[in-house]
Design a protein around this ligand. Structure first.
Ligand SMILES: NC(=O)c1ccc[n+]([C@@H]2O[C@H](COP(=O)([O-])OP(=O)(O)OC[C@H]3O[C@@H](n4cnc5c(N)ncnc54)[C@H](OP(=O)(O)O)[C@@H]3O)[C@@H](O)[C@H]2O)c1
Length: 335
């Protein structure tokens, strides 16, 4: 019998709507390393170990298989739909057909409704899954607040229709948020963004918290086994840093788990991925016991290295300089 962590003792984040959600979820992006069946088997195992939150996406290509394991868990009486917090995202090629994308995810995930529905990227720039990072789509365009709000309005309509409970944004920047937040009728409850010890995004984190938008940190362990095409020579391996290793040793845990404890104690919801039961159990359990000390939290705060791993090159448009243009680093929207 697998180890069971009572979902009641997993810490909760309170959204501006008053809803309380688990402070850790499971990522489901198998990339080209794991098949949809391997990922969905892990989701099935994770539900039985006490996970209640899952980060899915239409473009991960595995929602139908994950839906099968959700259905099995409902049929076997392991959980009811209301016990799960299911997140998914509309991919860039469906920004004009958001309802169609949402209805497909709902059908695939066998879930009646989506708890939190994200706009995966803030522009409709499409690329084929797994394509070369240097490939460019000639139809790609820079960010446009009007185009984004057109997509966002479709999400607002989904809330009104009861297809989704809340809206999320992802891969945003402060200048983009400044442009679009005033136009929204229903505020987003959360922003999914890359966060790990060597990439803490403190300014954006603080901005979100000030606007009552919950940060959700993707690649919380620094995605140590991401495909080679997503690795750059300057990238730092968070869990190899001597400070992370020393803290791990002091607690008798893996440095990956230190990164997750840090995430929860700092205030972002981590969504670690693993298909290995031993790992995904410790990733949930670590939030319920043996917290890091204030000194350890302070040490990890110093590990910031501005090391963005998801650079987003494949979304660049004609005339863009390089991937830095996607992230508005000078404080204005790069056109
Ligand atoms: N919104 C977005 O644009 C976006 C972008 C990227 C990711 N995401 C989401 O974020 C999730 C997580 O990102 P990610 O999978 O790239 O990175 P990650 O969670 O930082 O790293 C995952 C890898 O860490 C290792 N690992 C996990 N738990 C471990 C443990 N307890 N001990 C040791 N090693 C452990 C596993 O390696 P092994 O498999 O080798 O064991 C696993 O493949 C994705 O699945 C996806 O849901 C969202």
């Amino acid at each position: 019998m697998s180890q069971f962590i009572d979902p009641k003792i997993v810490p909760k984040a309170k959204l501006y709507t008053g809803e309380e959600i688990p402070f850790v979820g499971m990522g489901t992006f198998g990339s080209d390393r794991f098949t949809p069946e391997q990922v969905s088997a892990a989701v099935g195992g994770a539900i039985r170990c006490g996970y209640r939150m899952f980060d899915c996406a239409a473009c991960y290509g595995n929602e139908a298989q994950i839906g099968d394991v959700f259905q099995a868990a409902f049929d076997e009486g392991v959980v009811e739909r209301k016990d799960l917090y299911i997140m998914t995202k509309v991919w860039n090629d469906m920004h004009d057909r958001v309802e169609e994308s949402c209805r497909k995810s709902i059908a695939d995930l066998r879930s009646d409704y989506i708890d939190l529905f994200f706009i995966h990227w803030p522009f409709p720039n499409y690329h084929a899954p797994g394509c070369d990072v240097d490939s460019r789509n000639p139809d790609s365009k820079p960010f446009s607040p009007e185009r984004f709000i057109n997509t966002y309005r479709q999400c607002e309509a989904l809330v009104e229709k009861g297809l989704i409970k809340s809206i999320g944004i992802s891969n945003m920047t402060i200048p983009k948020l400044e442009a679009v937040l005033p136009m929204m009728k229903i505020m987003p409850v959360a922003c999914e963004m890359e966060i790990h010890p060597c990439f803490q995004q403190q300014e954006l984190f603080d901005y979100l918290v000030a606007h009552k938008i919950q940060p959700i940190g993707f690649m919380p362990i620094g995605s140590p086994t991401r495909p080679e095409r997503d690795m750059a020579p300057e990238d730092v391996a968070d869990i190899q840093l001597p400070q992370m290793k020393a803290i791990a040793e002091a607690h008798g845990i893996h440095p990956a788990v230190v990164a997750l404890k840090w995430a929860v104690q700092r205030g972002q919801i981590p969504i670690p991925f693993s298909v290995h039961e031993m790992e995904y159990v410790s990733n949930l359990k670590c939030t319920t016991e043996d917290p890091l000390t204030e000194e350890e939290m302070a040490i990890i705060a110093t590990l910031e290295k501005n090391n963005r791993l998801v650079k987003g090159q494949v979304f660049l448009w004609e005339g863009a300089k390089d991937w830095h243009d996607l992230w508005d680093e000078e404080g204005f929207i790069v056109q």
